[in-house]
Design a binder for this molecule. Structure first.
Ligand code: SAH
Length: 326
């Protein structure tokens, strides 16, 4: 829902300012149409229905995985593809994964999104409309900015969207923004965002040469500078930073590489999430044994570490699998 358009339409009709807030509060609670907004005059409901679309995105297709993960492909008004995912956990948690860009200009070798053409940054409304889509069929309580794109390259719009999430029932503490370590955005995140939004860093290799090979962005913003910024975030916010580490067989999963990683990370500041690789063509995923051995090294170094539960692989909805040819 483009609230700026809504406000302009309401103003043009001489409606009082509180009308926009009324409409937004219905939308944020998952209203499926203006006809449900019973505290608006009937005539106005009809007029808005024809002048302000409920969403800035249209749904192109939606798939549900065997584990009940849902992946939705949307299209923007100007025809760009956007994907978002709803993850349903057994304990009742409902987590959504949203995209910040259509495609991604960065070229991490293990990620499918990096291989598709970069289209553009999404607007704040296009981001929040992904969340609202899922909110319309069930309550949602967590949001990760881990879909297509690099959130820190679209800082303002990502923040606009993140700041609206509590209206949908997703608190800041349950919102996580993930970055490859794009420093200009990360610095702004640390300096400007007072809300307790969580931070995740895609690290994937402690060794600089290897990291540059699989994540070319490392040449531009070297890991030590990025980690220093994460430490600054921790000092200011007292919130641990999640480190994401995708396990690639024979590439970054050796026990020595776990030691290198442990040496880089202050156990007070970081928490590691090992991610089983979801096939995108280039690599093989690490074996369960290799993941366990890697985890063991971090455990011994007293660095909190978990292995990410893989969701939605059978519909290519898992981490790193979001890409469309559209
Ligand atoms: N660009 C941001 C936001 C995307 S988050 C970032 O990279 O942090 C998506 C997460 O999934 C990142 O940690 C990314 O490195 C990881 N990922 C990418 N490709 C993957 C794959 N094939 N298997 C598992 N995880 C992958």
């Amino acid at each position: 829902m483009d609230l700026a358009l809504l406000e302009a339409e309401l103003r043009a009709r001489g409606e009082p300012p509180f009308r926009a807030r009324q409409v937004w509060s219905w939308i944020a609670r998952g209203a499926k149409g203006y006809e449900q907004m019973t505290d608006l005059p009937v005539g106005l409901r009809g007029e808005l229905a024809s002048s302000v679309p409920l969403s800035t995105l249209t749904v192109v297709r939606q798939d549900e995985a065997r584990d009940r993960t849902v992946k939705t492909l949307f299209r923007t008004r100007d025809g760009h593809p956007v994907e978002a995912v709803l993850m349903r956990y057994r304990d009742g948690r409902r987590s959504i994964c949203v995209s910040s860009q259509s495609g991604c200009p960065l070229t991490c070798t293990f990620c499918a999104t990096g291989a598709m053409q970069f289209r553009r940054n999404l607007t704040g409304w296009e981001i929040i409309d992904q969340a609202l889509h899922f909110r319309r069929f069930e309550t949602v309580d967590h949001c990760v900015f881990m879909g297509m794109g690099e959130p820190m390259l679209n800082f303002d719009h990502v923040l606009d969207a993140a700041r609206r999430l509590p209206d949908l029932g997703i608190t800041h503490r349950r919102t996580t923004i993930s970055t490859i370590g794009w420093l200009p955005g990360l610095q702004r995140f640390v300096d400007e965002v007072a809300e307790p939004i969580r931070l995740a860093l895609s690290l994937h290799a402690a060794d600089p040469t290897l990291r540059s090979t699989i994540m070319p962005v490392n040449d531009r913003y070297p890991l030590p500078d990025v980690l220093a910024e994460c430490v600054r975030y921790f000092r200011l916010r007292r919130r641990r930073v999640f480190v994401e580490y995708v396990m690639l067989a024979g590439v970054n999963d050796r026990v020595e590489q776990a030691r290198e990683l442990a040496a880089l990370l202050d156990p007070q500041v970081f928490k590691v999430n090992l991610i089983p690789y979801n096939p995108t063509g280039m690599y093989d995923g690490s074996s369960r044994k290799a993941i366990d051995a890697f985890k063991h090294v971090l455990d011994r170094a007293r660095i909190p570490v978990t292995v990410r539960l893989t969701r939605g692989r059978d519909i290519a909805a898992a981490c790193g699998q979001l890409a469309t040819s559209g």
